[in-house]
Design a binder for this molecule. Structure first.
Ligand code: SAH
Length: 472
């Protein structure tokens, strides 16, 4: 992290602005909006700067900058067109451990001004750490459209009830749950529609209802979200997955969930890692099922994040069976399964009018050194086979398919860590792939795609986002 984002109070504090032109005026105006008193130092100062300084209760010093101008200030902005002078100001400020910003010279700054979306008291600040202010502004424009103009009024309403809500819900999770139901529900909609009085009475009623429930001694039941996290690239999450990930109090995840996806979980949610390395289950399946039930009974909103799609080789069915038996409310959010993600990112269509009229998702998990599958059916033509969990069993899979009549030339793709930055694709045939894989250092998870469609990879891969090392 190049800069630490924080929101500072500069009310009543002297802020030094060196320079008296248009840019200096803009910075001074911003500091003044946050209550700073501007001390402007420059041999000449434009008329609008004078107004800003005067309204802030500050002072103008019509002269060149000297070190003494730093006395008693909270922070410093150098906004002159003299590069040398800017450097002198920056050095002097740093010597006195004052925060300093030099306009358009990130190397001389100890703080930068972010792009802001002002919904006072709500502020959204965006920074590219000086790398690309234009990119930060573009992002700001996108976020502007997402944050209703009346967000500030909603925040003010919440602010008025903050104390009462804190008294009623001493438990931080319950308090958060209450606020989320208010701030993303009908009360918020009323504020956005300009019906603030109505919103306030709805909020007050909701509080009364909770108070009654409290007096009757009932703990509200939480719920479980069984969420498909996709194969790795966070852009492949669904909107619903993201919303629930940001709403959950606690998240249970396993090895297949990529760090980039996990990063999108709400910052202060509790994270529980529940396995599973191959043959090294951190928590047995029955333990996971029960943990989901127990957490929900404590009134928590539990997100069970699973790689890919929860219902494809994910044991999602077993988890919700327990929930259903125990009367815990749940919802299931589908995800992009590894076969879809890996196939698109490797440029391999899973079906194709000319080469493959069906696709099968198969588990290639070895049991006692063999895989018990209907090999004659799998060895048929014009279909695509996708093996999950098939790395260890790859030699057996290739041997069995050939033994049942599939041509040794049938193309095979092994996709490692598909859709992530570490994606690698190894292309071979039923006869060659096992040896090719044995020669390379392949990292789990991997997916094996078998069928004529794999040949399209060469032509189609270039249209995919460029990822890691790409194909071998
Ligand atoms: N529910 C998951 C599958 C879980 S089984 C889904 O729908 O994708 C675990 C297997 O999925 C792994 O052994 C591997 O074969 C496959 N897999 C999951 N993510 C993958 C990825 N990013 N790249 C390649 N294979 C992946």
């Amino acid at each position: 992290m190049e800069f630490l984002p924080l929101f500072a109070s500069i009310k009543e504090s002297a802020c030094l602005v060196v320079g008296g032109g248009a840019i200096a005026t803009r910075k001074a105006a911003l500091l003044a909006r946050a209550g700073g008193r501007i001390r402007m130092v420059a041999p000449e100062v434009c008329a609008s700067a004078r107004d800003v300084v005067e309204q802030s209760g500050g002072e103008i010093r019509l002269k060149e900058f000297e070190e003494g101008d730093l006395d008693g200030v909270a922070l410093v902005v150098a906004a002159t067109d003299n590069v040398q002078l800017n450097a002198i100001v920056s050095d002097a400020a740093k010597r006195q451990r004052l925060l300093v910003n030099v306009v358009d010279q990130p190397a001389l700054c100890t703080f930068v001004f972010p792009s802001i979306i002002d919904r006072d008291p709500v502020m959204v600040a965006i920074s590219s750490s000086g790398a690309s202010p234009v990119l930060a502004r573009l992002l700001r424009a996108r976020i502007e459209t997402l944050v209703p103009a009346s967000y500030g009024r909603l925040a003010n309403l919440a602010g008025r009830y903050r104390k009462r809500v804190a008294e009623l819900f001493p438990d931080v999770n319950q308090r958060r749950g209450f606020w989320e139901s208010i701030l993303s529900g009908p009360v918020a909609e009323m504020v956005f529609a300009g019906k603030e009085r109505q919103a306030e009475s709805a909020l007050s009623q909701a509080l009364d209802a909770r108070q009654d429930a409290r007096q009757q001694g009932s703990t509200p039941m939480g719920e479980v979200y069984l969420v498909g996290a996709g194969p790795g690239d966070p852009e492949l999450l669904t909107f619903r997955a993201l919303r629930l990930m940001q709403q959950a109090d606690v998240v249970l995840y396993d090895r297949l969930v990529s760090p980039e996806v996990l990063d999108l979980v709400r910052r202060d949610a509790e994270r529980i890692h529940v396995g599973k390395e191959r043959d090294n289950h951190t928590l047995p399946q029955s333990g996971i099922n029960q943990l989901l039930v127990d957490l929900a009974r404590q009134g928590r909103r539990v997100c069970r994040l699973k790689g890919g799609d929860p219902f494809i080789f994910g044991r999602g069915g077993e988890e919700i069976e327990t929930l259903a038996d125990q009367g815990v409310p749940f919802q299931v959010v589908p995800g992009i399964t590894a076969a879809s993600g890996c196939a698109s990112y490797a440029g391999i269509p899973l079906t194709h009018r000319d080469y493959s009229q069906s696709v099968r998702f198969i588990t290639g998990h070895l049991k006692d050194g063999t895989i018990n599958l209907d090999w004659p059916k799998l060895a048929g033509d014009h279909q695509t086979l996708v093996f999950y969990m098939g790395l260890v069993g790859l030699p057996v899979i290739c041997e069995r398919l050939q033994a049942h009549g599939m041509s040794a030339d049938t193309p095979v793709a092994l996709v490692q860590q598909g859709t992530t930055r570490h994606q690698r694709v190894v292309i071979g045939t039923l006869a060659t792939i096992s040896a090719m894989v044995a020669e390379r250092q392949i990292k789990a998870p991997t997916l094996t795609i078998i069928g004529e469609v794999v040949n399209l990879h060469e032509r189609l891969q270039w249209f995919q986002p460029s990822l890691g090392d790409g194909a071998d």
